[in-house]
Design a protein around this ligand. Structure first.
Ligand SMILES: [Zn+2]
Length: 497
């Protein structure tokens, strides 16, 4: 990461604004205790492979994490691992997802957790997502969660029935606004929720479980003041953000689908326990669609990261590299829906190649006596885009513009002074590599073959016009790089030397 002092252009740039889901508008970003920033993002449930929608969320917050650090903030980024108590369908009567998977696969629950945590980290590394500062697991914070439930009960917002503790939503809403984040009224929520039946223990139909009584066979259970059980999913984020970032911190993030239930309940729990909405800014990333349809397992149009990389899903024409996918995601603003299609992915692949090629050219182009290009203005526009709610697509468009200029300098059509070239190199690489987190990828065999074939054609043309010096140079340079050319009747082939 680049921790250098901010470039001069930043002193005249507009300040950072963030779209806050709480106020439903862009707001000036003011940390509670600058230069420190507390950031909490809801992490994955490690009972199966991480899906692409989640990857988009974590790539978006990686951009935010990298950028905040670049402009000088010291960020403590907490992203949890949900390894306990996440129920099917987010209701209270389902089966624990992790236990269910464990029974299916004849594994110990923590074996499932370990396997998918390792896989998740691997996928994040492939996408060049920086690890968070702290990655707490729910199962390691049972004591904190029990303590939080006790406090909520003491304040009178929770009640116990037969070993299960429920949050009393209607009572909470008498003093507070339960729908503050979703913008929905309690009456409307009640109307849209099924009525309680005779089997139900809870008092109100919107009440949700903070602690759940474990039935005898339940694989993951812990002792508590209310008997053996396990914590509710919403509670872990409240307890762990509180532990590592305090009662009030700067940014809380997650996918947009978390607004109506998970984040709404998180806020209710923290307010009930500590009289504080835990975060000043709530940031939400939008959904993925495939050919215009919502990505979902039931529609058969949801693919896993490895299916996307290898191109093994029926909807994909071919595989796309992790950097292509990362770049594709950053080319859309995090608050817009992002549509996957072969066409769009292929365009991203070409676009990324163009930006990477320009980065390589930067080290080779020669400065001239005058500049036809205003580098400080480019720099300012890149920062202005990022300061406008992390508008990566606009900043990427600026890099495309710069790439065009780099190419025409290389072609001798435009020129740049040595000082401007240095500044251009710095800003271009800073955004491409450090802020957008893109990396050079190992060329695939297919891509390599394509590149060598181009050189073989050029050599053939040189020989045809009797330019044997160029033809020999191409062959010798390829040999130096480890590739041997074989001339035969059928034309020229190559092998590794
Ligand atoms: Zn959460």
């Amino acid at each position: 990461m680049n921790f250098e002092p901010r470039p001069q252009a930043n002193t005249i740039m507009q300040p950072l604004t963030i779209y806050n889901s709480l106020s439903r508008q862009k707001e000036l970003f003011k940390p509670i205790k600058s230069p420190f920033v507390g950031l909490y993002v809801c992490g994955p449930t490690v009972y199966s492979d991480v899906h692409l929608g989640n990857c988009r969320t974590f790539i978006s917050f990686d951009l935010l994490f990298r950028y905040l650090q670049h402009i000088g903030y010291k960020v403590r980024y907490v992203r949890n691992i949900t390894d306990a108590g996440h129920l099917e369908g987010d209701t209270d009567d389902g089966e624990d997802k992790i236990s269910k998977k464990a029974k299916l696969e004849q594994l110990e629950p923590m074996e499932v957790v370990q396997k998918y945590t390792v896989d998740f980290h691997e996928v994040m590394r492939t996408f060049n997502v920086l690890p968070p500062s702290i990655e707490p697991a729910a199962t390691a914070h049972i004591i904190e969660q029990i303590e939080m439930i006790r406090q909520i009960m003491t304040k009178g917002y929770a009640y116990e029935v037969n070993g299960t503790v429920y949050f009393d939503v209607e009572k909470y809403n008498q003093q507070q606004n339960y729908g503050i984040l979703s913008g929905r009224k309690l009456e409307d929520l009640l109307e849209n929720t099924r009525e309680l039946g005779g089997q139900d223990e809870k008092k109100g139909r919107l009440d949700f479980a903070l602690w759940i009584r474990a039935e005898g066979k339940h694989l993951m259970q812990w002792p508590s003041p209310w008997g053996m059980g396990f914590p509710g999913w919403h509670l872990e984020c409240s307890a762990m953000s509180n532990k590592y970032l305090g009662e009030k911190f700067d940014i809380h993030g997650g996918g947009i689908d978390l607004i109506p239930t998970h984040h709404t309940n998180e806020i209710a729990q923290n307010v009930a326990c500590c009289d504080e909405n835990p975060a000043n800014y709530w940031i939400h990333t939008n959904m993925l669609t495939v050919n215009g349809q919502k990505m979902s397992k039931s529609l058969g149009n949801s693919f896993l990261p490895h299916e996307l990389f290898k191109g093994t899903h029926p909807l994909l024409n071919k595989g796309y590299s992790p950097m292509t996918v990362r770049f594709f995601m950053l080319q859309a603003h995090y608050r817009s829906t992002l549509d996957f299609s072969n066409q769009a992915l292929e365009a991203a692949e070409k676009g990324l190649r163009r930006l990477m090629a320009a980065a390589a050219l930067l080290d080779r182009i020669q400065p001239g006596n005058n500049s036809n290009y205003d580098i400080p203005a480019l720099e300012e526009r890149c920062y202005a885009a990022m300061n406008d709610d992390f508008n990566s697509p606009v900043a990427i468009a600026e890099l495309f513009d710069a790439a065009r200029v780099i190419n025409s300098i290389n072609d001798g059509k435009e020129s740049i002074t040595a000082a401007d070239l240095e500044r251009l190199k710095k800003i271009y690489k800073l955004f491409l590599f450090d802020i957008f987190g893109l990396q050079e990828e190992q060329q695939t065999e297919e891509g390599l073959d394509e590149s060598i074939r181009i050189l073989i054609d050029l050599r053939k043309e040189a020989r045809e016009r009797k330019d044997f010096a160029t033809a020999d140079m191409i062959r010798n340079r390829l040999l130096e790089a480890g590739f041997l050319l074989h001339d035969g009747k059928e034309g020229t082939n190559w092998s590794r030397a």
